[in-house]
Design a protein around this ligand. Structure first.
Ligand code: ZN
Length: 335
């Protein structure tokens, strides 16, 4: 089959050559002659203007007589007129030959390829799309993991805000809100450097409405008053809106105890379990509230070592989002 096709192509080529009459071939050789003569002998003069006058349009091909072809140096026609016409013809000629060859090969190829029964081997199996809108994610940039931090009692509006606990002068007139904010801002800065997007919220913040994130932590601190000798340590309560929050609370409790050496204090209050933000955020957002310590007995670490407190919270968040094991036993308060 292929040999037949090639023979056919050869016949067509021969036919094409017959069609090219001697004068045409002479022109072709003449054209080559000009190329050889032109290239080294007539370089463009350096003083040639940037915008030379337009060349005359290529004339329709006119077969020159054989004498002219054999003696190009005595050519009366100016070269600038002849060359474009010849070039055009040359390209036309080559194109026609290539086209004839390709057409021949194609017609020789198709009968076997398109034989009935032989078609299925060329079938392209297209995937069957059952339903075009089945939540296929679009190629968008992956957002940074998002963490929310509520700086307890913090408000940008100075008017009528509740600073939380306010200690007497004997305890440095410490305000709870300052302790909470100092820790919150450190958590934000350090999680930012690890590639997290961290939102710092005021106590009452419209952005908390249906807030979605990998985790939300509300930071508060316990009372300045001396309650009793056991009034030391931290407390953590998860939201009851979802079960994953208990894991967040467990991570926080473990890592915060490690970092601060504070003990867990029993006595979770309804203020914690019914924390207002738990009802505002999206019910699938893992959330917990932490009381960092007591401003009375834990005053020093709360006011002097905010980096240590922040490290405990950061490690707790990372434990949760990275699903790290909680190896150490939870320290229990001494009876
Ligand atoms: Zn508070």
């Amino acid at each position: 089959m292929l040999i037949n096709a090639l023979n056919d192509a050869l016949r067509r080529l021969q036919a094409a050559r017959v069609a090219l009459k001697p004068p045409t071939l002479a022109v072709y050789s003449q054209l080559r002659y000009y190329h050889v003569m032109d290239t080294p002998a007539n370089p463009s003069p350096p003083s040639e203007p940037k915008n030379p006058p337009l060349r005359p349009r290529p004339q329709p091909f006119k077969q020159p007589d054989t004498t002219a072809a054999e003696q190009p140096e005595s050519q009366s026609q100016p070269e600038t007129k002849r060359r474009p016409a010849n070039s055009v013809f040359r390209y036309l000629q080559v194109t026609l030959i290539v086209a004839a060859l390709l057409a021949t090969l194609f017609t020789a190829w198709t009968p076997s390829g398109l034989m009935p029964g032989g078609l299925e081997q060329f079938q392209i199996v297209t995937p069957v799309v059952n339903s075009p809108i089945t939540g296929v994610p679009t190629a968008t940039e992956r957002p940074k993991p998002r963490i929310g931090i509520i700086a307890g009692h913090w408000s940008k509006d100075a008017e009528g805000y509740d600073p939380g606990a306010v200690c007497p002068d004997a305890l440095g007139a410490t305000k709870e809100v300052d302790v909470n904010y100092n820790v919150a801002i450190r958590v934000q800065q350090q999680l930012n450097t690890q590639g997290y997007e961290v939102d710092i919220f005021q106590e009452w913040d419209n952005r908390l409405s249906i807030y979605q994130a990998m985790a939300l932590i509300a930071i508060h601190t316990d009372s300045c008053e001396f309650i009793n000798a056991e009034a030391t340590g931290f407390k953590i309560a998860p939201t009851s809106a979802n079960t994953i929050s208990t894991r967040l609370a467990a991570c926080l409790q473990d890592r915060y105890a490690q970092a601060t050496q504070l003990t867990i204090h029993p006595g979770i209050t309804p203020d914690m379990t019914s924390y207002h933000a738990f009802n505002e955020i999206h019910n699938e957002t893992p959330a917990a509230i932490i009381e960092l310590g007591f401003l009375n007995r834990d005053h020093e670490i709360l006011t002097q070592r905010p980096d240590v407190l922040a490290a405990g919270i950061i490690n707790g968040i990372l434990c949760f989002v990275r699903n790290e094991p909680i190896a150490t036993a939870t320290p229990s308060p001494t009876p």
